[in-house]
Design a binder for this molecule. Structure first.
Ligand SMILES: *Cc1c(COP(=O)(O)O)cnc(C)c1O
Length: 390
């Protein structure tokens, strides 16, 4: 350890839970209503207003929201859904759970998002949907994706786990495709510890998804049947236990109120990173397309490994020596044993995805980071590059 190295580890990520969230949880615990109730309904309403969509259904996780969308759209046996491989496994699992096949399309080198031309090349008579993943909080090329969907009569289910607050052509992600799944996992831009949200503008889809999220139980049945009492309910489908609870929603309400400030802070931190690294040719910094407002969930840099004598893994280890924690988003799904073996994928199937995977590193990015933290990471990166430059 040299004089430069900080004493404390700089974590990769850290939630930002305010005293207001803690007070809201305590108040909810004291209210005697713990599970889905008034707080969940209020969180759904505020979320709907924020996104500018017709329906928001709070769920137990982002994974549950993705799965609900697949089931509610009737995707099943023998169907194909086109998505990217550079994503978390939950994206493709939601497809596999309904016995449909995830078809991986390659990404664009610039922003790591699914390439519309690659989607087009993968469409077959069995394709039922496109599942774009807004990686790092930067929206995919949604105009082209919606056009393809329209042309081939496909559904668009967006994995917006990284993208709460992201916009495309001025519209919020969540008000664009047929259905959008958000995650409020502890590492995401806003959190409920565990939780998610499904949004849609389609009334029938929303009704179906809500029913399926609560065991297929129609809570309103007793309203319609006057002779029955409040104990009466009807099971209309073999649904799931996917609802959010009021304790989570209480945290979510306080987080949502702070979301715009969170994004502004993340943008500021990203700007400082880029200012500190843009003159280092061995480090390719992330950019924002003119038609997109990124939610800046991640700050992904790409190493020019030809210009360095170390690879990505050694770069990560070198940053760890300086007490900086990083991550990789993601190990491509088509290279994971399950997807490789079951779907017969091989290295080389998705060249742009694999090229990116071997070179990307996500630097720490969270609202409670300071300017000094960013400057420290920048200096550490510059030292490592200078030491290992070819
Ligand atoms: C976090 C994440 C999910 C899953 O969200 P959970 O709330 O953890 O279920 C899905 N897709 C992507 C890309 C994610 O990062």
């Amino acid at each position: 350890m040299d004089e430069f190295t900080r004493a404390e580890i700089l974590p990769f990520c850290r939630p930002d839970i305010g005293e207001d969230a803690i007070a809201a949880v305590v108040q909810t615990l004291r209210s005697n209503w713990l599970t889905a109730g008034p707080k969940t309904a209020e969180f759904e309403q505020r979320f709907r207003e924020y996104i500018g969509c017709r329906h928001a259904i709070a769920t137990s996780s982002g994974t549950a929201a993705l799965h609900l969308a697949v089931v509610a759209l009737g995707i099943g046996d023998g169907d194909e859904v086109i998505t990217s491989s550079l994503t978390f496994c939950a994206t493709a699992h939601a497809i596999v759970h309904e016995r449909a096949a995830p078809i991986f399309a390659d990404i664009r080198a610039g922003d790591y998002n699914i390439d519309p031309d690659a989607i087009r090349a993968r469409i077959t008579p069995r394709t039922r949907a496109i599942m774009p993943v807004h990686i790092a909080g930067h929206a995919c090329e949604m105009d082209e994706i919606l056009e393809l969907a329209c042309e081939h009569n496909l559904h668009v289910i967006e994995d917006a786990a990284h993208a709460v607050g992201a916009r495309f052509n001025g519209r919020h992600v969540g008000a664009i495709g047929d259905a959008t799944a958000f995650s409020f996992y502890a590492t995401k831009n806003i959190t409920t510890a565990e939780g998610g949200m499904l949004t849609t503008n389609d009334d029938a889809l929303a009704e179906r998804a809500r029913l399926l999220s609560q065991h297929g139980i129609d809570r309103d049945a007793w309203h319609r049947t006057e002779e029955h009492g409040s104990w009466y309910y009807e099971v209309q489908a073999a649904g799931y236990k996917y609802n959010m609870c009021d304790v989570q929603a209480a945290i979510g309400l306080s987080q949502l109120a702070r979301l715009e400030n969170f994004i502004a802070r993340r943008r500021q931190l990203a700007t400082w990173y880029t200012q500190g690294l843009q003159d280092v040719p061995e480090i390719v910094t992330p950019t924002e397309n003119a038609n997109a407002r990124s939610a800046w969930h991640l700050y992904i840099v790409r190493l020019d490994t030809n210009a360095l004598r170390i690879d990505r893994n050694q770069f990560i280890a070198a940053l760890r020596e300086y007490k900086v924690c990083t991550s990789v988003h993601f190990i491509p799904l088509h290279l994971q044993p399950y997807y490789r073996d079951v779907y017969g994928h091989r290295p080389g199937d998705l060249p742009v995805t694999e090229f990116a995977y071997e070179r990307i590193v996500s630097l720490p990015l969270y609202t409670r980071m300071t300017r000094d933290d960013v400057d420290y990471v920048v200096q550490a990166v510059r030292k490592i590059v200078a030491r290992h430059r070819r």
